[in-house]
Design a protein around this ligand. Sequence first.
Ligand SMILES: NC(=O)c1ccc[n+]([C@@H]2O[C@H](COP(=O)([O-])OP(=O)(O)OC[C@H]3O[C@@H](n4cnc5c(N)ncnc54)[C@H](O)[C@@H]3O)[C@@H](O)[C@H]2O)c1
Length: 275
Amino acid sequence: MIWSRPMTDRKDARQPWALILGASSGFGEATAITLAAAGYDICGVHLDRRQGMAHVDGIKAQIEAHGRKALFFNGNAADDDNRANVVAELKAAVGAGGYVRVMLHSLAFGTLKPYLTPDADSGITRKNMEMTLDVMANSLVYWAQAVWRAGLFSDGSKIYAMTSEGSSRVIPSYGAVSAAKSALESNCRQLAMEFAKLRSGVTVNAIRAGVTKTPALMQLPEAQDLIDHALRRNPMGRLASVDDVAQAIVAFSGEGTHWLTGNVLGVDGGELVTG
Ligand SMILES: NC(=O)c1ccc[n+]([C@@H]2O[C@H](COP(=O)([O-])OP(=O)(O)OC[C@H]3O[C@@H](n4cnc5c(N)ncnc54)[C@H](O)[C@@H]3O)[C@@H](O)[C@H]2O)c1
């Protein structure tokens, strides 16, 4: 069986690409730049207003400074037409000499409304809930389908999705995001199983990062409490950084990890186990 042979990536002449969903900030940005330094061409998808575009240009410049391609798209990653356009353009750019080695789902876009409020207007609505689940959990499935159907995955491809301790713990403002994280982990397990049964050589894992200072974290009303709590319990004595996670993703994407699939991989310096 082709898929169970040891990976020999370094001898693989094909150019590896990484498709990063959420490439303009936080974990997605750090992973895009770190993978470029490791030799990957990068396709980034992000959602930014005009004032954020100078920062995106800076990320592209860092990728290109490593001699790699930076193909970026600004738009809603949960939109079907946007996804079809990105996949078509990515397929043309990758060409016959490459493949998508890494796909990272790192989208932060959800409601922080509580479920129970006296008035209906300030509480979570069906629309809020469905949008959060669609972007933060279910879009992983549609991207995996589209990239696979386009023939862009190959033996050795890795899919990752960013999850958090919130998949199994409650935080007051995190109800819908917590639901999305549970669904995201479940979607990873299902995709891992289906890709394995296809003998595709594609593996799927969720990455559970520790509390990390990013724009998404700082939007939570409880951000400072979460940071203080994480600092108290993390046995490494500091918070996780986006670079800690990016470096782990590069390492997981190297040789010899073809049997690693269907997991939630903690990249948190031991934060969970001491909590
Ligand atoms: N920061 C933490 O402490 C932490 C811990 C564990 C897991 N996570 C998860 O990591 C992921 C990334 O979070 P982050 O902290 O790096 O956030 P971030 O705000 O720094 O980055 C989010 C990225 O997602 C993009 N984005 C958001 N909605 C989008 C959409 N609809 N379409 C296209 N792009 C969109 C943004 O443009 C940005 O590039 C999230 O799923 C988050 O829940 C965060």
